[in-house]
Design a protein around this ligand. Sequence first.
Ligand code: UN1
Length: 513
Amino acid sequence: ATQYGIDKALKELDIHAENHGTSFSQNFYGQGKMISSYSPVDGQLIGKVSQTTAEDYEKVIQEAEKGFKEWRKWTAPQRGEVVRQFNDELRRLKAPLGKLVSYEMGKSYQEGLGEVQEMIDICDFAVGLSRQLYGLTMHSERPGHRMYEQWHPLGVVGIISAFNFPVAVWSWNTALAWVCGDACIWKGSEKTPLTSVACQKIAARIFEQNNVPHGISSLITGDYTVGEMMTSDERIPLISATGSIRMGKVVAQAVAKRLGKSLLELGGNNAIIITPDADIKNTVIGAVFGAVGTCGQRCTSTRRLIIHESVYDEVKHAITDAYKQIKIGNPLDENNHMGPLIDKDSVANYLNALKSVKEEGGNILVEGGVLEGKGYESGCYVKPAIAEAENHFKIVQEETFAPILYLIKYKGDLSEAINVHNDVVQGLSSAIMTNNLREAEQFLSAEGSDCGIANVNIGTSGAEIGGAFGGEKETGGGRESGSDAWKIYMRRQTNTINYTSELPLAQGIKFDL
Ligand code: UN1
């Protein structure tokens, strides 16, 4: 690790061996049991944080509520100015933060930098937004009346994020929620606690310099029991949660029970349809990056290729050939394409999936397996695998968070491929590779892809922050990041103002006294 400058990065981010995991300001505290963070890169202990206890949480929520009451009085451009300064700090610390993401989570350093770039981009977006947050004006049916709507800060927002994008997903939520005037409490993944601590330190420092009230950025740490403190808490009007479908169903029910709002970003089972008119060279790049990037642990990772029979063999050979070039190893070494899985549980899931696909009659084209020996001591490095399979296989219907790609053949026209494509419970990201205008438009039409994201001639992963990010069906329906995703972080108020000396009723109702 020292060789790749991890010690220096930790120092620049002010991360020590023991950082308490609860904070509503620059001061970390907490008495809970210690969680150790081991790097999947080399198996080394990076540091420890304490799990948030019920008592710790109570301090955080009370401070957040108190802070919100002040923060909502700041103008949105004033709040935007704080986000702008926070972003300057992210730009300055891009390299060390990208490195820590790579070391604690295991994605390639380039992808770690890319993730911090997403934070920078959403902050820029949020700063611009702080002078917008537009509401509509309407024409009243009554004379001498003005009608319009305005957007007010919502309150305390609870953010639950996953290990795979340990910093960007937090920023998609917070950058918007902060300019909207909300206080944010973040439970990062207990698998990547130090990246959370690093982010909280940056925010708390900039906030303190600007006299932002305490509790506008808070951090809590731990397993699902800590998440439950927020989901069941009626003081939190919005819970934004990213993770598995199983987790999302639990969160959604807990929040709905108290009539709170939830924004859910759950599993994907993303496919690329490859038609007879596809550009094969670009298809290979898009599909391989989509399948092995982040070691197959993006919610947008490519899991299925649905290939027309006329180009099936050509695509199959091109992809299997490309897999031979993939270098697996320390993700901080920029010669490698693919780092480790997050932990050994994840390796076990990967192995089980490979076993299942064989049992269900799949044909393994590129054999997977766990890597051993020098450089692979953490036990988390695996080979990316490819299997020929059928869409209805139980294992193909599931999201396995690992680099396993399924090849599925279609014979008829594009409608058949779209049927196969949509025949899964998830609906996050999708793509078609074709130079045929009719096919591309059919895929994007109401009868086409049923996903929240549908691309033409690019892969399924690597969305830009400017669009709304999220998906349909069991992906949960939430939208984060760009477009008008900010609206969920605010409450809408419709105002009607009568400036006459009469009091006419709407709908022409007569009521004389
Ligand atoms: C995720 O995997 O949770 O579109 C987010 C992408 C990234 C974000 C992925 N911009 O692949």
